[in-house]
Design a binder for this molecule. Structure first.
Ligand SMILES: [Zn+2]
Ligand SMILES: [Zn+2]
Length: 334
């Protein structure tokens, strides 16, 4: 049986139809998933464009996958045929190193990605290691849950690991990641401020959980927010005047980077020494945290706002993501 998918055949190219053979024998721990939905993450665009110099072509993007298990390998005991699962960025890890043994397998040096050297989720099926599949709570809608698998855990992880209910938190950039961050930070009880250059997003940001909305182009307003925040979570993929944001942190505050900006972060030492601030980053999350995030999302009714398009219209959907026009995540339906 062939697996039908869409692939980039070179950097920055449009995707074209592609197919590859379903393995006659699955790996012992593998499952074959019949995909119903797959979100388009900004990392897919970076992969298509080979921005990180890790892409191999033909490249089948897609790592916010939801579908139903149709076949299982002989060693799979905790997944069943017919079960609905999600798959995120990570497709495997060594399971032996210090980080894997600690339950931080997303930090493993032998971590494998679903859409790097492996065909991803812009497809009707995908084969992945069952140990990197996550059963979805019944209450979650498949299309709205797909973006949780990468975008959701990317923002949930730093909020869950670092923040507490009394913290004042700013979310910079209200897009695919930011609109989930607002919901998560609000559910954790934090006071939440949304920063966006787009004043049209104020209403949506407040609906999604922001207590306050600040236009990031309003320099006067930004200057009034000195020493205001315990955490600023930046989800944008463009260069900002980081010094201005660092001044908004309270002493011991942290600027957390989850948006993959291509440009270097230029930060003068004085901007973090004064007030002993920190600039840190966070990347996806462990398997445990992904499963916990899905339960959290189910309990607190956290979901991605999605625009669902048919898989065959993938290029139009990608164009919308490139232009920043997605509200707030494009999800492909197979
Ligand atoms: Zn992603
Ligand atoms: Zn490992």
């Amino acid at each position: 049986m062939a697996i039908a998918c869409f692939a980039a055949f070179g950097a920055k190219e449009k995707l074209r139809e592609f197919s590859y053979q379903e393995p006659p024998q699955l790996g012992a721990f593998d499952v074959l998933i019949e995909i119903s939905h797959c979100g388009i993450c900004h990392s897919d665009i970076h992969l298509i464009d080979n921005d990180w110099h890790i892409s191999t072509y033909p490249l089948v993007p897609g790592h916010e996958i939801v579908g139903i298990i149709a076949r299982i390998g002989q060693a799979v005991v905790d997944r069943k045929i017919g079960q609905r699962v999600g798959v995120g960025w990570q497709a495997g890890s060594c399971m032996r190193c210090e980080w894997c043994l600690r339950g931080e397998e997303h930090l493993c040096d032998d971590s494998a990605a679903v859409a790097v050297g492996h065909y991803g989720g812009f497809a009707d099926k995908v084969v992945v290691d069952s140990r990197f599949t996550f059963p979805l709570p019944d209450r979650l809608d498949s299309a709205k849950a797909a973006p949780l698998l990468c975008g959701g855990v990317t923002v949930y992880s730093p909020i869950r690991r670092l923040m507490k209910a009394t913290d004042k938190v700013g979310v910079i950039g209200i897009g695919g990641l930011g609109h989930l961050a607002l919901q998560c930070a609000r559910a954790f009880g934090c006071e939440v401020t949304a920063f966006s250059h787009d004043p049209d997003k104020e209403k949506a940001a407040k609906r999604l959980g922001a207590d306050y909305f600040v236009s990031s182009t309003d320099k006067k307003k930004l200057a009034t927010l000195r020493r205001r925040f315990d955490f600023l979570l930046t989800t944008v993929n463009i260069k900002l005047d980081w010094q201005v944001y660092l001044e908004m942190l309270r002493p011991n505050g942290r600027l957390i980077v989850v948006g993959a900006v291509n440009e270097p972060l230029e930060i003068p030492a004085g901007a973090i020494i004064s007030g002993q601030k920190g600039v840190i980053a966070s990347v996806i999350g462990s398997r445990h945290l992904i499963q916990e995030m899905l339960e959290f999302a189910s309990h607190y009714h956290i979901a991605s706002e999605v625009e669902v398009v048919a898989l065959r219209d993938v290029n139009a959907a990608i164009a919308k993501v490139r232009k920043g026009q997605a509200r707030y995540r494009m999800v492909l339906e197979v």
